[in-house]
Design a protein around this ligand. Structure first.
Ligand code: GMT
Length: 381
C-alpha cells in the first residue's frame, strides 16, 4: 500500500518528448490518487483534462526594462518555493536538467530556511545531457544540479552511461524507461483517413518530430525519394520547426512535392500513426525516441538510426531496422525490403506492437512511485 503524495512536476510545456512523458506521468499519478501540481510557463500541451487531483501553476516572467535577458529560472525558483510551501508538496519531480533541476535545487535550499526539506527527483531526458550538457558554459550547473538532487533517473541505459561518462556524478542514476499508455493507441486503420492521403496500393511512410537539426529531416526526404522510385508511396511529415523549410526545399528540388504532405503540428497523432506502414526517425541521436515507441504502439515498423537509446526501443531485424547516422541508402533499402514483402512487413508490425507493451504504463509507473516512496520514507525518518 503506497502513501498518497502531493507531487510537484516541472516540465517544458511545448511539443517534445520530455513534456509528454512528464504530463502523462502526472495524469497517471493523479489517477492513482496522488495530488499533482504542474509548474511550467504554459499549460503542458497534452494536459487538457479536468481532475480534482491535478493543478497547474503558471510561471510568469515580468517584463522589466532593466533585464536584457529575462531571468526565467529565478521566477521558476520563486514559484517552486511558493507552491511547495502553500500546497505542502512532498516531492518535486523535475524533467530536464536545465533550468528545471537547478531551479529546484535552489528552491530546496530556500525551503530549508523555512524548516522544510523537500526531496528533488530529476529525470534526464537527453538533449539536456547530449547537447546542452556538452556545452561547457552549462556543464558546472548541470553537474551540480544532478549531484544535489535526491534521486536521479534517466530514460535509457544509454543516457545513463553518457551522463556518467561525461560528468563527474556522485549520485546513483536509475534507468526508468519512457512509457506509453497502451490504452490510448489504436491499431485499427481508419480507411477514410488513409484514403485522404494515399491510394490503396500506396504505402505510407511517416515522420514526426520538432524538425530540429538533431532530427535530420532532410534524410527523411532523401530516404523517401529513393523508396518512391521503386514502390508507390506517400510521405507524411508531421510537426514543425527550424529545419522544415530545408526539407520542403529538398522536396521541390527532387520534384516529389505531390507525394509528400507537410501537415504541421498535430495534437493527436495516434490516428495518423495507425494509418502508417513504416515510421522513420533518422536522428543524429535520441536518448530514447518516444515517438518511435508511439509508432510501435500503433503497430508500425520503425526505420531509425542506431544512436543513443534507440536500440533499446527499436529492435534491429525484429521491430524495424537500425542504421548508422546518415546512411540513407541502407534506410531506403530496409524500407523497400519491408514494402516489397508484405508478409515480412506484417510480421515486423506485430513484433513492434508486442515490444511496445513492455513499455506500457502499468510496468513503468510503479518504478517512479517506488522512487518517491523511498524518498518520502527517508525524509520522515
Ligand atoms: O527530441 C526532442 O527534440 C525533444 C526532447 C525533449 O526534451 O522533449 O526529447 C528528448 O526526450 C524524450 C523523452 O524522454 C526522448 O524520447 C527523446 O529521445 C529525447 N530527444 C533526444 O535525445 C534528441
Amino acid at each position: 500500500m503506497t502513501n498518497k503524495l502531493k507531487i510537484g512536476i516541472v516540465c517544458y510545456p511545448t511539443y517534445g518528448g520530455s513534456g509528454v512523458v512528464a504530463t502523462e506521468l502526472g495524469i497517471a499519478l493523479a489517477d492513482k490518487g496522488h495530488e499533482v501540481h504542474f509548474i511550467s510557463y504554459d499549460q503542458p500541451f497534452r494536459l487538457d483534462l479536468f481532475s480534482d487531483k491535478i493543478y497547474y501553476h503558471e510561471v510568469t516572467v515580468p517584463d522589466y526594462p532593466l533585464f536584457e535577458y529575462a531571468p526565467y529560472e529565478l521566477n521558476l525558483t520563486s514559484k517552486l518555493v511558493d507552491v511547495a510551501l502553500h500546497e505542502e508538496l512532498n516531492i518535486l519531480h523535475v524533467h530536464y536538467a536545465i533550468p528545471h533541476a537547478s531551479a529546484a535545487v535552489n528552491a530546496k535550499q530556500i525551503l530549508a530556511t523555512h524548516g522544510i526539506d523537500i526531496p528533488i527527483v530529476t529525470t534526464l531526458h537527453g538533449t539536456d545531457i547530449t547537447l546542452l550538457g556538452k556545452d561547457k558554459s552549462f556543464k558546472p550547473v548541470i553537474e551540480y544540479a544532478i549531484n544535489m538532487s535526491d534521486a536521479v533517473t534517466a530514460v535509457s541505459e544509454d543516457l545513463k552511461k553518457e551522463t556518467l561518462d561525461y560528468f563527474n556524478i556522485k549520485n546513483e542514476i536509475k534507468t526508468i524507461p519512457n512509457f506509453i499508455d497502451m490504452n490510448l493507441y489504436q491499431q485499427k486503420v481508419d480507411d477514410k483517413l488513409r484514403n485522404r492521403f494515399a491510394k490503396k496500393e500506396e504505402f505510407i511512410l511517416t515522420h514526426i518530430s520538432n524538425f530540429r537539426k538533431v532530427k535530420r529531416v532532410e534524410d527523411v526526404v532523401k530516404v523517401f525519394n529513393k523508396v518512391q522510385k521503386q514502390v508507390p508511396a506517400k510521405l507524411l511529415m508531421i510537426g514543425d520547426g527550424p529545419e522544415r523549410l530545408k526539407a520542403e526545399q529538398l522536396c521541390r528540388k527532387l520534384g516529389i512535392c505531390d507525394k509528400v504532405k507537410f501537415l504541421g503540428k498535430l495534437k493527436v497523432i495516434e490516428n495518423m500513426l495507425a494509418i502508417s506502414d513504416v515510421f522513420i526517425l533518422p536522428s543524429e541521436t535520441e536518448s530514447f525516441g518516444l515517438v518511435a515507441l508511439e509508432a510501435m504502439a500503433s503497430k508500425v515498423a520503425v526505420i531509425s538510426t542506431n544512436n543513443g537509446g534507440l536500440p533499446e526501443v527499436n529492435v534491429d531485424g525484429k521491430t524495424g531496422y537500425l542504421s548508422q547516422v546518415g546512411d540513407v541508402s541502407k534506410m531506403a533499402e530496409d524500407t523497400l525490403s519491408l514494402f516489397k514483402d508484405k508478409e515480412q512487413l506484417n510480421a515486423f508490425k506485430i513484433n513492434a506492437l508486442a515490444h511496445a507493451y513492455t513499455f506500457d504504463l502499468p510496468n513503468i509507473l510503479p518504478q517512479y512511485e517506488a522512487v518517491y516512496q523511498a524518498l518520502s520514507c527517508k525524509m520522515k525518518s
